[in-house]
Design a binder for this molecule. Structure first.
Ligand code: MF3
Ligand code: CO
Length: 267
């Protein structure tokens, strides 16, 4: 069932989405090689709690942490641990909150220091593919228009576009209809109407699109061990351009100001 939101609900969803952006910004301020992903989990948990919200990933289908930290060949659902991050690591931080009954769920990929040029390009193209998809997220277009735009943009670089995990509607629950695949054909899927709210989230691999689920039952890796990137925004469908509920700009400002992060792809 597809649930369209009222303007009041959209305001509440914006607050939740922006709380995720602020949490990612706090992480962007302190992230560096030598830290552990468990430290990030603790920081995010405290920050979310202090802002009157609940981390929605915690206990979701039994998930035992507050955020997902997916390092290098981990595509999504990486579990925080005590291993220090290393220079050259690429790390996606995916965070969900629920505040006043509405969910925010978004993700950002960071790079730690000196990186392989091919990884920098992967991250840049993956972020761009998200915005290419968002351009299609308007009244009258079909979900497949978002999907095909993302797929074409990533595949023209030879990247593997993940099939097994998809974006989704979002609102009073984290995952609502419709699914938003990152691959597909124009004109397919439901036609979008105003005030449909979606989490659009391309997951793009440097090599094969094929995945491997670790024995822990959560950690999803690339089958060939090559790195992956993942960016996610919460958006609201509008007639001319989508309203982006979350916000990368404070995250990007903190990323650029943090000397331990690689932000060379902005140059
Ligand atoms: N952001 C994710 C999603 O859209 C991850 C949630 S997985 C969880 O589905 F188990 F950690 F919650
Ligand atoms: Co999501």
């Amino acid at each position: 069932m597809i649930i369209f939101k009222t303007e009041e609900e959209i305001e509440l969803m914006k607050v939740s989405a922006l709380l995720v952006s602020s949490t990612l910004t706090e992480i962007a301020k302190v992230l560096k090689a030598g830290m552990t992903t468990m430290q990030l989990d603790k920081l995010a948990h405290e920050f979310i709690k202090d802002h009157g919200a609940v981390p929605s990933f915690y206990h979701y289908n039994g998930y035992p942490f507050h955020i997902c930290t997916s390092v290098n060949e981990v595509v999504v659902h990486g579990m925080p641990n005590q291993r220090p991050l290393l220079e050259g690591d690429v790390i996606t931080v995916d965070i969900g909150v629920v505040k006043d009954g509405y969910h925010g769920d978004h993700a950002y990929t960071f790079m730690l220091g000196e990186m392989a040029p091919e990884t920098i390009k992967l991250v840049k193209i993956t972020k761009e593919s998200l915005f290419i998809g968002i351009q299609e997220a308007i009244v009258g277009n079909h979900i497949g228009d978002i999907s095909s735009a993302i797929q074409r943009y990533a595949e023209k670089e030879g990247y593997g576009v993940v099939r097994d995990l998809v974006g989704h509607g979002i609102g009073r629950t984290m995952h609502e209809d419709p699914q938003v695949p990152n691959f597909g054909r124009r004109g397919t899927g439901i036609q979008m109407r105003e005030n449909l709210t979606l989490a659009i989230e391309p997951m793009i691999n440097l090599g094969t699109k094929d995945l491997y689920t670790s024995r822990d039952g959560w950690t999803i890796k690339t089958a060939d061990g090559k790195p992956a990137a993942h960016f996610e925004h919460d958006v609201c469908i509008k007639p001319e351009t989508a309203l982006i509920l979350s916000d990368f700009s404070p995250i990007e400002a903190a990323e650029k100001a943090n000397q331990n992060l690689n932000s060379s792809y902005y140059e």
